[in-house]
Design a protein around this ligand. Structure first.
Ligand SMILES: NC(=O)c1ccc[n+]([C@@H]2O[C@H](COP(=O)([O-])OP(=O)(O)OC[C@H]3O[C@@H](n4cnc5c(N)ncnc54)[C@H](OP(=O)(O)O)[C@@H]3O)[C@@H](O)[C@H]2O)c1
Length: 347
């Protein structure tokens, strides 16, 4: 079978190689063998190959935090899973054609789920769901703002927030991404063109857009002129964190969950001291540890059904077979993509 191997940390395009490897042994007791149909290239995978992620697997390793596949063989003492089932294997190392994993960690999906979308169910929708849940007192009619507003995570936030009656503001870094952000369900989309303006330009643009939206909806002006933006989701860091924080209502929370700029989060003392804004971090791996099995299952049951019905999805820019890993990584490294890059196997 084909699998991707990382033997040294560094640039993903240089370090990732596709090798021919023996198929894994038949599944043992309590295990299943899964043929991987699709596995996305996520920013987390790239950070990990570069050595900048929260976990460093021992070398050599096969990357891949998520993916979807079909069960090919079932070991003894496995209940509720059968050959042919579409599943999430629930283990690390999905950038390979076959994987043997513990049945207990496998999630069975409705058979009519799109396998390409299913491959992206675990990380980004899970993060969107859990981050919305982490914004205190978020209620219908409130707003959530986020940067990287045309990313896959952002799209899931838009759809999940809308189901709670929460409105969303997608902040993008280029005007061409506005349409994609709106198409993914954002209530409003604005460009953060700070390079040409002052650091408070985003705050002014957001206040104006929210005011115009609420006026058009016949709603009274926000008390004190402050839009009810309760949460800000920051995937970028650096000054981008500060620009989002300025948009928040007093007492709001900035949740940093990504390091796309590679810079330390920056935030004005004015927000922290005088306006009671808080800065927190979010990592899905930590959230899993604290959430408990029942809450995790409830979340993924809900997300799986929303994905099956097409209510939530992420755009796909291209798919590549495992042996074309170098092209896939080069494509994923391009800014301005119009969707995710997935590695795919045979169905
Ligand atoms: N903490 C967690 O548990 C967790 C879980 C899942 C995801 N994440 C994070 O969520 C973020 C989005 O992931 P995704 O899979 O949704 O991404 P994606 O769909 O691959 O989209 C990437 C996004 O990042 C933007 N971007 C790329 N480089 C940037 C830079 N240097 N400055 C500003 N924006 C930049 C892109 O903008 P353009 O279109 O303009 O290029 C695009 O909006 C990543 O940071 C990822 O690590 C974190």
């Amino acid at each position: 079978m084909k699998k991707i191997v990382i033997e040294a940390l560094g640039s993903p395009e240089k370090q990732a190689r596709c090798v021919d490897a023996a198929d894994p042994a038949a599944p043992g007791a309590g295990e299943v063998s899964v043929r991987i149909l699709a596995a996305p290239i996520n920013p987390a995978d790239l950070l990990q190959i570069e050595g900048r992620y929260g976990v460093r697997p021992p070398l050599p390793y096969t990357p891949g935090h998520e993916g979807a596949g079909r069960i090919e063989a079932v070991g003894p003492d496995v209940q509720g899973l059968a050959v042919g089932d579409l599943v999430l294997p629930g283990v690390f190392g999905t950038w390979c054609e076959r994987i043997v994993c513990k049945a207990a960690g496998v999630t069975r999906l409705p058979p009519d789920t799109d396998p390409l979308q299913a491959a992206m169910l675990r990380a980004n929708p899970g993060s969107a769901w859990a981050m919305l849940d982490a914004i205190p007192a978020l209620a219908a009619g409130d707003w959530v703002i986020q940067n990287a507003g045309n990313s896959a995570v952002a799209g899931f936030v838009h759809r999940l927030a809308a189901r709670r009656g929460v409105r969303t503001i997608a902040v993008v870094r280029r005007a061409e991404a506005l349409a994609a952000a709106k198409a993914s369900g954002a209530t409003l989309a604005v460009v953060d063109d700070h390079e040409r303006g002052r650091d408070d330009a985003l705050q002014a643009a957001v206040a104006e857009a929210v005011g115009a939206f609420e006026t058009a909806a016949g709603e009274p002006p926000a008390p004190g002129g402050q839009p009810r933006i309760r949460g800000a989701l920051d995937a970028i860091g650096g000054r981008a964190t500060a620009r989002l924080a300025r948009c928040l209502h007093d007492g709001g929370v900035v949740i940093n969950y990504g390091l796309l700029s590679g810079e330390d989060c920056s935030i004005r003392p004015h927000e922290l001291v005088f306006r009671g804004v808080r800065l927190e971090g979010f990592w899905l791996s930590s959230w899993f540890r604290g959430a408990g099995a029942q809450r995790i299952r409830t979340m993924y049951d809900e997300l799986a059904e929303l994905m099956r019905s097409g209510t939530i999805s992420a755009p796909i820019a291209a798919t590549y077979r495992f042996e074309r890993i170098a092209e896939a990584l080069a494509h994923s490294a391009q800014g301005g993509r119009d969707g995710k890059i997935l590695l795919v196997g045979e169905d």
